[in-house]
Structures are given as C-alpha cells and as structure tokens.
Design a protein around this ligand. Sequence first.
Ligand code: GLN
Length: 481
Amino acid sequence: MELYRLGIAEARSAIDKGEISPEELTDSVLGRIRTVEEKIRAYVSITREKALAQAKHAEGKKGNQALHGIPIAIKDNICTEGVRTTCSSKILENFVPPYESTVTQKLTEQGYVLIGKTNLDEFAMGSSTENSAFAPTRNPWDITRVPGGSSGGSAAAVAADMCIAALGSDTGGSIRQPASFCGVVGLKPTYGRVSRYGLVAFASSLDQIGPVTKNVKDAAILLNIISGHDLCDSTSANVPVPDFTAPLGKDIKGLKIGIPKEYFIAGMDKEVEESVKQAINKLESLGAISVEISLPHTEYAIAAYYILATSEASSNLARYDGVKYGLRIEGDDLIDMYMKTRQKGFGAEVKRRIILGTYALSSGYYDAYYKKAQQVRTLIRQDLERVFEKVDVIITPTTPSPAFKIGEKTDDPLHMYLADIFTISVNLAGVPGISIPCGFTSENLPVGLQIIGKHFDEEAVLKIAYAYEQATDWHKRKPEI
Ligand code: GLN
C-alpha cells in the first residue's frame, strides 16, 4: 500500500515498529499532493520545506508522542506561527500570525508534521468552499462537484489522501457537511471542549475546532490531543478530558438511538434517505434500540442561525480595518481608508453577512431579530435536552443531498443556506456531532450519517460511530482521481 493512504493509528504503529520513517511518510504525502492537488485544489499553502524539516527532526527519534512524524493539514483559519493564515480572504492574504493557536501548539507538542493549510469558504462562511477568494476546491469523488464547506479543503485533502488527517472548524456544519460530501469522518466537539484560541473568529458562540479523518479511531486520537481547558479561551470548559479511544470497540447493545421525525423531510434525496435508514437497521442489528423522537423547533434553526451567526460575524469582522491586519488600501482620510480596504478585501458573501448582521443588531431591530433568534436558540437547546433524557444519541442524515455541482447554488444564497438544515441545531445547542460514511448514491457520491450526543458525551458518539464503521466497509472506499 502507498504510505499516503495510511491513517494516524496505522502510520503511528508503522513508524513505531521502524517499518517506515517520518521522512518516507512525509515524502509520500508530498508526492501525492504533487500528483492530485492540481485537480482538487485543497490547499491554500503547502508547507513543503517546513514539513520536510519537521519530518527530518522526527527521524530516528523514538516517538512517545502521539503524532510523531505524522503529516496533518490545518484549515487556513487556524493560526500557525510564522505560516501564512489567510482565511481564504484577500484581506488576510499576507497575514502571518506571530503566535500559534492552542490546537496547533498541542499538535506540535505531539510531534506532528504541518503539511499545509487548507482552503475554506472565506472566513468559514459557506457550504461549498466556492466562497474562497483564491479558488474553489473540488470534490475528489467527482471534480465537477463541491467538496462541501466551509472546511472543504480539509475534507478533500483527507479524502484524496493528501494528508494523514486534518483539522477543520464548525460553526453551523462546516466539519460535518464536507466530511459527508467527501466520504470521510468529521467530528464537531461539544462547545467548550476544544480551545478556540488562534481560530479566526466567525461566530464566537458557535465556532468549534475538530478533526477530519479517514476513520473514527483517528478522530478519537486527535480529539484526545486537542481537547482541554485553556486559560487563553474563556469559553473553553474546565471539565475532565477522558480517553476518547477507550469506548471504541465496546458493545452498543441496549444503547438508545433517537430518530427525529423532522429530519426525514419531503424533498430529501431518496438515496440519502435510504442509506441512512439502512444504517439505522445496521445499528439495530448491533443491539441499539431506536426510538422515534421529535425536535419540533428544527424548522426555525436555519433562520435563527443566520441571524445569530451574521450578528456575531459583523462584530468580529470589524477588526479588519486596514490598520491591524493584512490588506490596506490608502484613502483620502482614515474613514475612506477603512471603506476602501473593506470594500476590496472582503468577498460578496462576507459583505452580505456583515450587512445582515449589522442590521439585525441595530437599534429598533435588535428585539425583532437578534433577541428573537436567541429565544429560538433556547427552544432548540431545550428540544435536545428533553430528548436526551430518553435517548443516548440522535441519528440523522448529515445533509439532505449528496455533493452538488460547482456553481449550482452560488446565485441563490438561501438555497445554499438550506444545505445546513441538519447540522445547525447541533451548534445552536452546543452539543457534539460526528459525520461518518454510510453509503454511496448510484452516481458514486458518498452519503454521511450524523450522530449527535449530549453535552460533553463525545464518548457515546464515538462508540456508536466506531461500532457502525467496524460493521461496514464504506470508509475503505477511495475515490479515483
Ligand atoms: N454553512 C454554514 C455557514 O455558511 C456553516 C459554516 C461553518 O460551519 N463555518 O455559515
């Protein structure tokens, strides 16, 4: 087998046994990037020199570090010291962070090799990676289709074996939806589980960093590393971090899985629905007990999210003023410079959201929009809390359809927003959710299964995900590129 095909656990064990070396592994991944990146465009930057130097440094050392010599890709909205971090935006095109994010600091302490920074929708605003200011990323399963977004670069890089694993971020589905479209595993941890220090803020009450991997075990391994309380992020929770690999392989007999009736909607793709129903049967055959549940406020989730996320974004993005970061376009005076810089630096979707969010927060409209959306958010959280008194996890499709064509939804923002219908409630409630492969359509496009857990119960999510994965072969299929 080609080395670039390996996941974290396999690569780690091969390195430990001395069967392969960090340099061989890194060379293999870089070679793979050379062959397929031109078609996929998963990366904003490929950190070849740094990767080779890190691999060389790991060479010959016995690794007691969990990621000793393992090439990992990082979404380009996560700050990496000395390595350009663009958010796929013109306004940050030349921004080189003077500090390391907490998550990449933790990966560094575990000996990882930074292979590159992956493409995204500008400032993580989007569901297709078409909003990147540089180039759209393509889906490795069909390069005329989108990889999903906003972590489309990370998902495509993992699916195309252009890294061993990756990190993404998820505000309304940006890890799970691209994982589903690309046939890989994507986990959004509980809000507060992982420090957001060094993650460029989009909507701070929703943003969370998480793993994008080739299998469930690798997601647990990465989550072990990146989790934990951080004094640099006041929203990171001071709760114990269990060993997330411990529940893998444990019996799921008697576990209660809730199936929300609102998530099998009219207009949903028939093949997606069929795959998810078969996955539920599979889980039942493994001993899980399914229970029909209701999450009545689901239909308001998208509306609430697009008020709250844009409001927070309008405030967070105020800092890009031409003074402190990256791009600066000179003007007649200070205000003119601000305006010119922001006009040139931001793309259409980012501007749309800043305008929407500013409007929703403005006096006279705040009560009608922002406050209402906060109230809806509470109702959605309560829906979930009520259901979690009766079930251990909730199972849904990750997305209502498989990967769509490039350009298919770009002219219709609302249509694009609807792609997030099954993922957004998870962020609004702050609970963890994973997407794992659960089938393919007749056009050979991956379908994703979403498993949602209680606050800080990633263990149940991972346990079920692993049991399903071990009983199926979907995760072993690879795209032909
Ligand atoms: N697609 C959603 C949006 O456009 C979610 C993005 C995300 O999770 N970063 O806002």
